[in-house]
Design a protein around this ligand. Sequence first.
Ligand SMILES: [Zn+2]
Length: 210
Amino acid sequence: MNVLYDIHTHNDCDYENVISVRNVFVSNSIPAELPTLYSASVHPWYVGRDWKKLLEENVGIIEKSAFIGECGLDKLRSHLDIDEQILLFSEMAQIAERMGKPMIIHCVKVFSELLAIHKQIKPSVPWIIHGFRGKPQQMNQLISKGMYISFGINFNAESLALCPTDKILLETDEYGGSVLDVYRKASEVTHIPLETLAQFIAHNYLDVKK
Ligand SMILES: [Zn+2]
């Protein structure tokens, strides 16, 4: 069996044959011990207007991370209004550019703003939309800008079935089980055998990580 990749997880358990990117929120409570492979960012759920200070104080954690994220925009849940979230997200996107690290992006109901920031920054690093549950039309718009789409245990089956194989990534996020469960579901929906799907995803992971 190929190695499986979990591009975004909040779980701290290790599964055999799985490489997972653990998420570290840059907030007022950062774990004392950092995972070996992780993503780090300030996130609009966990910060207030003091996010700039938090970011300055913890830049070392971000420098050592493999990915920038999860970061993003959330219309439904945040202590920050959307304008402040846009400032924060743009700052994280610029840091990702400077450090040459791929971004793992959380986006809830603000895709037009996300696309506007993308147009402005014209990123050279990969942007990965995590936990995507949207419809094919929205997905195609993101893919047309070169973004990768990461699917979790719950997704829009039509979208995943239509997603180009060179843009698919998989994740557990807050799901308690192994990413193998997500692979199995994705294999069913796409009619791609598990082994072949694992090859595609390994390729995509190495592509974003390089
Ligand atoms: Zn998450």
